[in-house]
Design a protein around this ligand. Sequence first.
Ligand SMILES: NC(=O)c1ccc[n+]([C@@H]2O[C@H](COP(=O)([O-])OP(=O)(O)OC[C@H]3O[C@@H](n4cnc5c(N)ncnc54)[C@H](O)[C@@H]3O)[C@@H](O)[C@H]2O)c1
Length: 363
Amino acid sequence: MLMAKVRVGLVGCGKVGQIHATALRSLPEADFVAACDASLERAQAFAERYGTRGFGDLAAMLREARPEVVLIGTPHPLHAAPAIQAAAAGVHVLVEKPLAANLKDCDAMVAAAQRAGVQLGVISQRRFYEPVQRMKAAIDAGKIGRPLLGTFTMYSWRDPAYYQSDPWRGKWATEGGGVLVNQSPHQLDLLQWFMGPIAEISGYWANLNHPAIEVDDTAVAILRFQSGGLGAIVTSVSQKPGIHTKVHIHGANGASVGVETDRGATFIAGMSGIAEPPLNDVWTIPGEEHLLAEFQAQDRARFQQIDATTHYHALQIQEFLQAIRAGRRPLVTGAEGRIVVEMFTAIYRSNRECRPIALPLES
Ligand SMILES: NC(=O)c1ccc[n+]([C@@H]2O[C@H](COP(=O)([O-])OP(=O)(O)OC[C@H]3O[C@@H](n4cnc5c(N)ncnc54)[C@H](O)[C@@H]3O)[C@@H](O)[C@H]2O)c1
């Protein structure tokens, strides 16, 4: 039986807002009732393009369009205020990554959702990539034994025009950080999802070749997990052209599984699409080695059938709407989004204080 459509409103009609709107229009579970932006003009033009109502003010949108869910795609330091306002009005909230730019905002958002009895989720659409789902299923089934070594490597590129495209980019005050905060949350989330709770992080960051911005374009970190496992992160937007982004997990029985989430540079919402399919690039589970080529063939074939730039957002939004109707928690909760913010906060703190930082972190 088809579930009753969920009334959904958007907050933020910018680059990622276009992905949200396209995804919402493709979902039978969604009734895209409104979009709002700090700029009323932008909201109205956007609403006309996507066949919905435009508002210049969230309070008016909540009152007049009565969404049951809002999707938030404002710049990171501006996630918390609309999330808290919507939750206080009894509306479920799905926020773009990262959940927030700092832990204080995360805690205020989680507390507001708890107080109101609404769900808080955070976008991490790469969890819905088939190669990623395959890795998670194999790890959960015990096929690599305990996951004990996890690596995330990103060699990507952002040019000066990207940082100039919006005034909030590349500054501590309005972006909250650089490559760690903006481009890395997807893979930080995958690493913690696959490997489990983190005990300690040491890290450094630098700005290697983006003199026009204040924030990090490169970071490296070492992790110790509560399981006793280890991890390593090398993440950068300083390679021109971008090369790849990968997450690899190695288990206690010696077997390894891995994904190349991005080939070349990571895509830029509203500016570039996803040109190459995400693929498993390592699969050494005993007896399953031959599956790697099959997985790759399946994933390449699927990639021809879908628009990968919006498809996985649509899958996550769909899962969130189904969770709302079923009265259960979504796959990626606010609490999990907070772990990613802990990870980058710990790396910045470790760099500043020249010491390993133990998790969990208080705000
Ligand atoms: N999941 C992904 O792959 C992905 C991709 C791109 C961006 N994002 C995330 O989406 C967020 C936005 O990024 P973007 O590239 O779309 O930025 P953007 O600057 O293109 O768009 C942000 C929009 O928010 C509006 N806005 C600002 N403050 C507002 C407020 N208080 N109320 C309502 N609207 C407000 C701006 O006017 C603008 O239209 C960021 O947190 C980013 O990390 C995620």
